[in-house]
Write a protein that binds this ligand. Structure first.
Ligand SMILES: Cc1cc2nc3c(=O)[nH]c(=O)nc-3n(C[C@H](O)[C@H](O)[C@H](O)COP(=O)(O)OP(=O)(O)OC[C@H]3O[C@@H](n4cnc5c(N)ncnc54)[C@H](O)[C@@H]3O)c2cc1C
Ligand SMILES: *[C@@H]1O[C@H](CO)[C@@H](O)[C@H](O)[C@H]1NC(C)=O
Ligand SMILES: *[C@@H]1O[C@H](CO)[C@@H](O)[C@H](O)[C@H]1NC(C)=O
Length: 534
């Protein structure tokens, strides 16, 4: 009986470890995901941290938050308000109309993975339904001090982190009527996109090549999650790590995690035909990979920092759709709320990036990779996903342009009124709204988890384990197979039976703790009227 239970625990622990690709192991006391209480020393160590002086040489991770000089709890404490403000803002005429060319060909491989289901398709607007002022200007009217580089259907300027549609072909969409949610787009076609992004456009950094402890990727997991990757002497080879590349990876992974969160939050129950949050989906995709949630926070802070710096510029923008001053005023009020939140919470320190010797070369590389990701969006075979993919990559690219390319002089609305197109402003705010919604949804999942009894919780975990199984098969693609960890476990187990049992027991304990910590409610309690109905 005892033995049976132990066996089951070991099997679960091993499988769970494989599922989580090591991310749950050995969580120390520093992770906010482990301990949701605001601990004084942690807050201080984050806020009083001196930004690293040397960039690529900085081999010691200084904390789980690293370049984000802002406590996760700070973001958590404003999530509800931020989400509420943004949610109203994105329904305003200025922010809801977006023009996009969804029919441009995929430049990298044949467009054969179309999703033809109704859930993937969207309806465009008649141009006459869009207030004339908000119709995109043609390229010739784009004001820019930079040279404009043209490609068929799109262009970029030297400062841009994305390709912008040149707006001669695109159609208009009302983003507020097109929810980003479960569409059924999945399988090899969807995976090919993500794989192209991670494998060919991510500086070789991926969640999975962290498994290869002998030759670790130039990336470090938050320090509380690195133990499985340490060699026998307890050190990690970080010679190749570079802050900018880690930031790049976090941005991509955080965006991916945010999209996954929306899919789980507005999911279709195939039995009842109803839409609602799917806790199992969230356990599988996010909760068992706590660093992905961290990256959503990371992206939120990065976007907020951009909005804070853009504050004066945004306040001077013309939001008036018609000659209806009321709508305009309301838009500005909500926007000011977001800006003031951004000014207190968006404490991302962009000045520590791109400062080293080869800063400019690195920045050009960073930009060209990210621009390429925005083109890969044209390969997404589901129109709804493609539209949101374009909006969000453009939004993140706009934030990066603000942070890494534009100084206060450039951002002065009087001197440089035509700095950003309306499309860029719309993408920026809608993307921040997407991330804020992911954090909000995470709280809903935490509530759901709290209402789950022990048996159900165990079922969710073992189901996640089961769902992860096919991924361990090399047939899915060698880089998607967690061979490294198995090798690691086998090595330990071959060398010492004691260590083996201890390691596996530790992994199990940490896996359970991680699950619990991800779901533990934040310091702040939800109000009484809180509902998870959608
Ligand atoms: C641009 C784009 C937009 C999309 N929009 C939608 C949408 O609106 N609605 C919809 O239903 N589907 C959408 N999809 C599809 C969706 O993202 C998934 O691909 C699909 O749901 C299948 O999910 P999956 O569990 O197989 O893993 P995927 O999300 O496809 O991930 C593939 C692999 O990448 C790794 N991975 C997963 N998440 C992360 C992360 N955060 N960081 C690092 N590695 C990770 C894992 O190893 C995983 O197996 C979109 C896809 C793309 C490319
Ligand atoms: C852009 O992405 C594609 C698809 O992954 C890849 O084949 C190509 O090498 C990338 N190009 C650049 C310049 O990064
Ligand atoms: C661990 O330390 C020993 C002694 O200092 C050294 O010989 C060995 O190469 C180290 N192993 C690794 C993987 O760095």
């Amino acid at each position: 009986m005892q033995g049976n239970t132990l066996c089951r625990a070991l099997r679960l622990a091993l499988a769970f470890q494989a599922l989580s690709l090591g991310a749950c192991s050995s969580l120390g006391s520093d992770s906010f995901l482990t301990d949701n209480l605001v601990r004084k020393d942690q807050v201080q160590s984050v806020l009083e941290r001196q930004p690293a002086q040397e960039i690529c040489e900085n081999s010691v991770p200084t904390g789980p938050i690293e370049t984000t000089l802002c406590d996760y709890e700070t973001v958590e404490s404003v999530t509800d308000q931020l989400y509420a403000d943004l949610h109203e803002l994105v329904s305003k005429p200025f922010f809801k109309y977006f023009q996009a060319d969804l029919y441009r060909e995929c430049p990298f491989w044949p467009d054969d993975g179309q999703c033809n289901q109704a859930s993937c398709s969207i309806t465009s607007l008649d141009e006459s339904d869009v207030p004339e002022k908000f119709r995109a200007k043609v390229l010739s009217q784009v004001s820019s001090v930079n040279e404009v580089h043209k490609l068929p259907g799109c262009y970029y300027r030297d400062t841009d982190f994305c390709y912008l549609d040149d707006d001669t072909e695109g159609e208009y969409y009302d983003l507020s009527q097109i929810p980003e949610r479960y569409t059924g787009y999945s399988g090899e076609d969807a995976r090919r996109i993500w794989r192209a992004i991670y494998e060919e456009n991510c500086f070789g950094v991926s969640e999975l090549n962290l498994m290869k402890s002998k030759n670790p990727a130039p990336v470090t997991l938050p320090d509380t999650m690195t133990d499985p990757f340490k060699d026998e002497n307890g050190s990690i080879d970080e010679s190749e790590q570079c802050l900018e590349k880690k930031v790049y990876y976090k941005i991509i992974s955080g965006l991916h995690a945010s999209i996954s969160t929306h899919i789980c939050y507005e999911s279709l129950n195939k039995e009842t035909g109803e839409w609602g949050p799917d806790l199992q989906c969230y356990v599988n995709r996010i909760a068992s990979h706590p660093e992905r949630l961290q990256y959503i926070y990371f992206n939120t802070v990065l976007m907020l920092r951009a909005v804070a710096r853009l504050g004066p510029y945004l306040e001077a923008y013309d939001y008036c759709a018609f000659s209806n001053a009321e709508d305009d005023e309301d838009t500005l009020t909500k926007l000011n709320g977001v800006i003031s939140t951004a000014q207190t919470v968006g404490r991302f320190d962009e000045t520590v990036l791109f400062r080293g010797e080869n800063a400019n070369i690195l920045k050009e590389e960073f930009k060209s990779h990210f621009r390429n990701v925005t083109r890969i969006m044209d390969c997404t075979g589901c129109d709804k996903c493609r539209l949101w993919g374009k909006v969000q990559t453009m939004g993140v690219a706009t934030a990066m342009k603000i942070l890494f390319e534009l100084d206060e002089t450039a951002l002065n609305p009087n001197a440089n009124a035509g700095l950003l197109t309306r499309q860029e402003v719309v993408a920026l705010i809608n993307t921040l709204h997407r991330f804020a919604e992911s954090l909000y949804a995470t709280n809903v999942f935490r509530e759901l988890w709290q209402r789950t009894d022990e048996d159900e919780s165990e079922k969710l975990i073992s189901e996640a384990e089961r769902a992860a199984k096919p991924r361990a098969s090399p047939a899915v693609g060698s880089r998607f197979a967690p061979g490294g960890l198995w090798a690691h476990i086998f090595r330990i187990c071959r060398e010492s039976t004691m260590d083996c049992a201890g390691y596996i027991a530790g992994v199990w304990r940490d896996a359970v703790r991680t699950m619990q910590s991800v779901f533990a409610p934040g310091a702040k309690k939800q109000g009484p009227g809180f509902s998870t109905e959608l």
